[in-house]
Structure formats: structure tokens, C-alpha cells
Design a protein around this ligand. Structure first.
Ligand code: PHE
Length: 455
């Protein structure tokens, strides 16, 4: 049943690919500004709870399904449903996943492209000696330059599709090997710098000391959506990688390790960014620009900041690249089966996502005042909508259905096998999906959306 003979050669290759999928804009760019808007610790603690309670059991479910059926997500779900005499409507999970990935990749590529431009800016010393206000202005001027944004978006899509076209296991294994560890090194250096600034203790307090007065259903839903986004969970992207997993590798170990690294990156970035925010009297809730107006302040101040900054944006580019490859894989693998050509599939999917992504790039300039869903989502640009609704709504619904499918449709035998034939572990997993993840997801989704749309 194996498709196109793709498989990672080693456990290490698979873990790196999974980490590559998880660690990306979600940790480095999205987490800080979401936490900033959600009031810090309330968002952070909820997000951690969701990673553990929902993320771990549902990652096991999603990757497990891929490993059991070893096919494209659409075909995997179809095959398993057929084998268990279940309805073929379960394929809805895969279709929803494809739509979600299309939306996410479209804005993802735009923001990931910013790291290209910012790499150029740090290398040319644009931030040296600049005040925090000036660094903020640089971001403002940059996002007005729609031609540049489009160029960055285009280059990033070409990079992504270039790797996907040659098959992810081949393309990625080469790319992944030494760059991930370097990213951790840079982040630790940033945190070391942050620890020397005046705002460090305020930042730590703001991030970790529980302030439940900031709690709301909206923040809870955001934290839940973000847990899915950052783990790459709920859109069958992990299922696609599960299909290429080495047979003998332990799934629970891989999942635990990857979720841990993913959270670690977010925490390191959060500590660095909010120390800079509080040291320079900036606002934590300044939105999607937060990372791009905080870290360059540090790069402009410290000795060797240009080198550190250049390395940072290069590694950010790399981290987003490995995530976007994962975002694209289910679309391309599914289309490739239909079109009988991976190259054609890559070109089709790439062009579609690229074209739609243009709307996100223009949301910062030409379309900044265009609010297509003003009646339900007032004053939200296309970018605002595409970067929030698919993760808060589609990923979480996808994850919910995936969990139910794994528990009810996948045979116990198959699921037990991917959980290392450990009966006790299987029992815990099944309990968590059925009695913790499912009800929790339903309540948060319902209350969160009631709050967004009817308040
Ligand atoms: N997890 C990725 C990130 O944090 C984004 C992603 C979402 C990737 C969904 C695949 C699927 O950047």
C-alpha cells in the first residue's frame, strides 16, 4: 500500500522531520503575539494544558492512522473506514484537512517570506543604533511595500515547492540534519541576552505568574487553536508523515519528544521577546508585527548583533521552510495520485496557494481597509481571518474527528500496534481521547465561537 516508496530511512530522520513540521512560525512568531494579546500567563498556561491534554493523545491518533494505512490521508481514511465497514463520509476529515492546509499555507508563506527581507535588513545593518520607535517604523514601511511582500511570498513558495516536488523524505532528510540544533543555540543566546536586560523579571512574571482575570472563552479558544497550530495537528499533515514512518520506530516516544521541543522553542522565544518588550516600554499586544519589532531592537544593540540577527533570520527561514513543506505534503501527495505526477501536482497546488496568498500579502497595504466578513468579524482583514479561523475552527474540528475516528473506527489491533502493543498505554490513550479531549474540545469550541460571533 505504500505510496511512491517514500519512507524515512531512520528514526532520527523521522523525528527531525516531525520537529521540522512542528517548529516554525507557530512557535517563533505566532506564539508571542497571541500570548501578548491574550494577556500573558493565562494564555500560556492554557496552551501548555492543551498541548498535554489534547495535543499528545491526538498526535498519537493522527500519526497512528497514517502509520496503520501508509497512504495519502484521504486514501488512508478511506481504506481504514472500508476495512471496518464504517461510512466513507469519514473522508470528510481529509477534505477538511486539505482546505485547512490550503488556507494556512497561503498566509504562512507570506509571513515566512518576511524573514528573507529581514535577513537582508540585519545584514545591511539597518537596525544598528535605532531606537525602538524607529525599528517599529521600519516594520511599518516594510509592510507597506506590497511589491516586496509579493516577491518574498513568491520566493518562499518556490523554495517550498522545490523540495516537495522531489518527495519530502528525500528532500527533507538532507536539509534537516544540522540546522535544527543551530536554531536552539541561537535561541539560547537570545535568552542569555534577555536575562541581562531590565525587563527580564517583569517578563518572567508576566508570562508565568497566573493572572486568571485575563481568562475568557476567546483566550481559551485561541490557546486551544494555537496548541493545534504549533503541533501541526488536526489537518492530516502529521498523518501524511506518519505514512512514511519507519516500521519499528516507537510512536509515543517520537511524539513526546517532538511536543517537548516544540514547547521549549516557544518558551525560549517568549522569554526573549517579552524581556525586550518590557525593557523598551513596548506593548505586548501589538499584533503580528511583535517579533519583527522586538528582536531587531536587540540585534541593533548588542555586540555582534548583526551576526546573531542574520543567523536568527536564516534559521527562522529554515524552520518555516520545513513546516511549509509539511503543510504542502498532503495536498501534493493527494493530487499526485490523481494526476499520476508529483511534479504536476506540486505545480498545481503551488500556484493555487500562491495566488490565494497574494490576498494575505496585500492585507497589510492595498487591502488594509478591506474587511470581507465585517458583519461577523468586524475590522478583520483577509490576513486576520485566514490566520485565525482555520486554526481555531478547522484544525480543532479536524483534530476532534481524527481522535474519534482513531478510537472508534481504527481496529483495536492496529492502534495497539502503533502504540507499541502496550495494553495499558492503549487504555490511557483511549481514555484521554474519549473522556478528556473530546468533551473539552466540544465545550471550548462551542463557547469560544459563541463568544466570537454572538457577543
Ligand atoms: N506547526 C507549524 C508551525 O508552528 C505550522 C503547521 C500547522 C504545520 C499545521 C503543519 C500543519 O509553524
Amino acid at each position: 500500500m505504500e505510496q511512491e516508496n517514500q519512507k524515512w530511512k531512520s528514526s532520527r530522520g523521522f523525528i527531525l522531520a516531525l520537529t521540522g513540521a512542528a517548529v516554525g512560525l507557530g512557535n517563533i512568531w505566532r506564539f508571542p503575539y497571541m500570548a501578548g494579546e491574550g494577556g500573558g500567563s493565562a494564555f500560556l498556561l492554557l496552551y501548555l494544558a492543551f498541548v498535554i491534554l489534547l495535543g499528545l493523545p491526538l498526535m498519537l491518533s493522527e500519526i497512528g492512522i497514517g502509520k496503520v494505512a501508509r497512504n495519502t490521508p484521504l486514501a488512508s481514511i478511506g481504506l481504514i473506514a472500508k476495512k471496518s465497514n464504517a461510512s466513507s463520509s469519514w473522508k470528510f476529515i481529509a477534505y477538511l484537512g486539505l482546505v485547512t492546509l490550503f488556507f494556512i499555507l497561503s498566509f504562512y508563506s507570506v509571513v515566512a517570506g518576511w524573514s528573507l527581507a529581514y535577513f537582508g535588513k540585519v545584514v545591511s545593518g539597518e537596525f544598528l543604533g535605532k531606537s525602538p520607535e524607529q525599528v517599529g517604523q521600519i516594520f511599518g514601511v516594510f509592510t507597506q511595500d506590497w511589491k516586496l511582500l509579493l516577491a518574498c511570498h513568491t520566493i518562499f513558495m518556490i523554495l517550498t515547492m522545490g523540495v516537495v516536488a522531489s518527495g519530502v523524505t528525500k528532500g527533507l532528510e538532507r536539509l534537516n540534519n544540522f540546522l535544527m540544533p543551530l536554531l536552539y543555540l541561537i535561541l539560547i543566546l537570545l535568552v542569555v541576552y534577555a536575562a541581562t536586560t531590565d525587563g527580564f523579571s517583569t517578563a518572567m512574571n508576566w508570562l508565568f505568574y497566573p493572572k486568571w482575570e485575563n481568562l475568557s472563552w476567546k483566550v481559551t479558544l485561541d490557546a486551544m487553536g494555537h496548541a493545534f497550530f504549533t503541533l501541526a495537528l488536526g489537518a492530516t499533515a502529521l498523518m501524511a508523515y506518519g505514512a512514511y514512518m519507519p516500521e519499528r520506530q516507537s510512536l509515543p516516544k517520537a511524539v513526546g519528544f517532538v511536543a517537548f521541543l516544540d514547547v521549549l522553542v516557544a518558551l525560549l522565544v517568549g522569554i526573549a521577546i517579552f524581556s525586550i518588550v518590557f525593557t523598551n516600554g513596548l506593548s505586548p499586544s501589538s499584533g503580528p508585527g511583535l517579533m519583527f519589532v522586538t528582536l531587531p531592537i536587540a540585534f541593533g544593540k548588542v555586540d555582534g548583533g548583526s551576526i546573531l540577527g542574520a543567523a536568527f533570520f536564516l534559521l527562522l527561514l529554515f524552520a518555516t521552510w520545513t513546516s511549509s513543506i509539511n503543510l504542502a505534503e498532503p495536498m501534493v501527495a493527494t493530487l499526485a495520485k490523481k494526476l499520476k505526477s508529483r511534479l504536476k501536482a506540486t505545480i498545481f497546488a503551488g500556484l493555487g496557494v500562491w495566488a490565494f496568498g497574494i490576498l494575505s500579502a496585500l492585507s497589510f497595504n492595498l487591502l488594509a481597509k478591506f474587511y470581507p466578513l465585517d458583519f461577523v468579524l468586524p475590522e478583520k482583514t483577509i490576513f486576520d481571518i485566514v490566520s485565525s479561523i482555520p486554526s481555531d475552527l478547522f484544525l480543532t474540528i479536524g483534530g476532534l474527528l481524527t481522535g474519534i475516528f482513531a478510537v472508534r473506527v481504527v481496529s483495536k489491533n492496529d492502534m495497539l500496534k502503533v502504540l507499541n502493543n502496550n495494553e495499558r498505554f492503549y487504555g490511557v490513550w483511549k481514555f484521554l481521547v474519549t473522556f478528556v479531549a473530546t468533551p473539552l474540545l466540544i465545550v471550548v469550541l462551542f463557547m469560544g465561537f459563541k463568544n466570537i460571533f454572538f457577543s
